[in-house]
Design a protein around this ligand. Structure first.
Ligand code: FAD
Length: 504
């Protein structure tokens, strides 16, 4: 079971202090002492179910929360219970007998993770058993369930989002406890029963549960598939790029791009951070990661040697420390300061496991984060439109280009076969919002389809979500109704933002 710690009525703010709420109670769930894994998973799920039942009875909305890292208000709830999961953070190996006979994934590739295990904790557990995640975000402090909920992604152009690792989800509603998996069974019936759960094996419901935006129930655990452990070599440098290089990236010519600025091989990860005041005459910050075989003799890198932490948000924090005015030259200075540990092709190679390519992140008060995701093949066509409109609207901080494949989940923003995600990270002031709005208007005006990150500022509403996701939205709603047929159960998960998005 889980211990319930009631931290009382209070005002709560999310990680970046972009949203706050008055709570009836802030509740922390903490793992109990139960040694048997299955009995423990059962006990935790039952504790959650009982809490949800009580909330339903008294009409109190409940918001499960991981690290609270989403800058959008999906993780706040007015006059409700905020239920924190970060201390539900165990990870377990499975034995072959725990798997269904139809399961095509070997037991050693699977890891059972509790919802509140952070991405970093999952990296560590995977490495201990000689495994690795395939992708992740720029930082690693999110809870695994929270990261999957919004489709957190990095820039591994051959992978989708972090939710792609998920093979089954333990989902709790006020009525029931389920393990949701694809039709092709993964977990054995006995394992599911021993964890106090019922079985849902359905491709559509599973695809809804992989990216649920916190509106399909309370996730208590997930089964994830990992890769054999590998390492990556980091090349990170400031360099001027030309327009033709954007054309290469648009066409997915990553190897050609890499050959021009990094190594003559296909990168595993490719990211470009631009100064929107002058993307071609001022230096961009390039980051390439190349896959390498695991070598146990290579020690973990010293802090920052892998460029870890130098995501756009960190760069921005540095810029904020220098000036309130985000003008081109100041930003360029901050950008280049942000990459002091340049690692070019002639430098001694910096190599580490995938888990060491990111690190914990220090909160920076009140940031703006917004992004658009679109068909990568249209990057060249929209590049000027996006940069010029962002600036024209007042936006003046770094713009990051990231690349991902089609991601899992009916509501995955990265739903084109190949995607570019364009991030705008700035201070939480009017000009950042207006710059982002101008980008949205310009893309709409030009008739370019795009989607937005669930966890970031997105100005979405139900009408727009329906338009962006079409049949996938209808399928997602259908799946939600299979898991929680009673509207009173769905209402337990209501908050203002999810209602506005049409997800509750
Ligand atoms: C420093 C920083 C770096 C970031 N980098 C990236 C990046 O590189 N790429 C990217 O895509 N995004 C990035 N983000 C966004 C972030 O990854 C997402 O917002 C992610 O969802 C946050 O995870 P969390 O555990 O904090 O979730 P929370 O913000 O706590 O919750 C997100 C949603 O999931 C729900 N939820 C959480 N736990 C559960 C549960 N157990 N059951 C049901 N619902 C649940 C919440 O109610 C909420 O609706 C970054 C954010 C920050 C602050």
């Amino acid at each position: 079971m889980a211990r319930i710690v009631n931290l009382g009525q209070q005002v709560w703010s999310n990680y970046h202090q972009t949203a706050e709420c008055n709570l009836k109670a802030r509740i922390e769930l903490i793992n109990g002492d139960e040694k048997n894994g299955r009995a423990h998973l059962k006990g935790v799920a039952e504790t959650v179910r009982d809490l949800l039942r009580e909330a339903r009875q008294y009409h109190i909305p409940v918001r499960p929360v991981g690290a609270g890292w989403s800058p959008s208000p999906i993780n706040v709830v007015e006059d409700g219970w905020l239920v924190e999961t970060l201390r539900l953070n165990r990870t377990y190996k499975l034995a072959a007998k725990d798997l269904h006979e139809d399961c095509e994934v070997a037991a050693e590739a699977l890891l059972l993770v509790q919802a509140g295990a952070t991405v970093d904790e999952v990296y560590e557990s995977a490495e201990e058993i000689g495994r690795s995640l395939r992708t992740g975000g720029a930082s690693n402090g999110q809870s695994f369930a929270g990261a999957c909920a919004t489709g957190t992604h990095g820039s591994v152009w051959q992978a989708g989002g972090i939710q792609d690792h998920v093979r089954a989800v333990q989902m709790v509603t006020p009525e029931r406890i389920f393990w949701i998996s694809p039709e092709k069974a993964v977990l054995s019936d006995a394992f599911i029963a021993q964890t106090g759960s019922e079985i849902i094996r359905d491709d559509r419901i599973f695809a809804a549960a992989q990216l649920h935006v916190g509106a399909m129930g309370f996730v208590t655990a997930m089964l994830i598939e990992t890769d054999p452990i590998y390492m990556v070599q980091n090349i990170q440098k400031a360099a001027k790029i030309k327009r033709e290089h954007i054309d290469w990236l648009s066409r997915g010519e990553f190897r050609k791009f890499s050959n021009a600025f990094g190594l003559n091989e296909s990168p595993y990860f490719q990211q470009v951070i631009l100064n929107p005041f002058d993307p071609f005459d001022k230096k961009c910050l390039l980051r390439f990661l190349y896959k390498r075989p695991f070598d146990p003799n290579i020690p973990p890198p010293p802090p920052r040697d892998m460029g870890a932490g130098y995501d756009a948000l960190t760069l921005l924090g540095k810029a904020m420390a220098h000036s309130d005015l985000f003008k081109g030259a100041i930003m360029q200075f901050a950008m280049e300061q942000g990459y002091p540990d340049n690692r070019d092709v002639d430098d001694p190679p910096a190599i580490a496991t995938w888990g060491h390519t990111t690190e914990e992140h220090a909160p920076i008060a009140s940031l703006f984060n917004g992004s658009v995701t679109l068909d990568r093949n249209r990057l060249s066509e929209v590049f000027d439109l996006i940069i010029n409109n962002f600036r024209r609207g007042g936006g003046g901080t770094v713009v990051t280009l990231r690349f991902v494949r089609q991601a899992a989940g009916l509501l995955a923003p990265a739903h084109w076969p190949d995607n570019v995600v364009i991030d705008f990270d700035g201070p939480n002031i009017e000009s950042s919002h207006s710059g982002y709005k101008k980008v949205i208007e310009a893309l709409d005006g030009a008739g370019i389809p795009f989607t937005r990150h669930w966890g970031k500022t997105n100005n979405l509403d139900e009408q727009r979500v329906k338009r962006d996701y079409g049949q996938n939205f209808a399928d997602w709603k259908w799946a939600q109704a299979q898991v929680m047929p009673d509207p009173a159960d769905r209402q337990v998960f209501a908050n203002e933002e999810l209602v506005k998005l049409g997800l509750i």
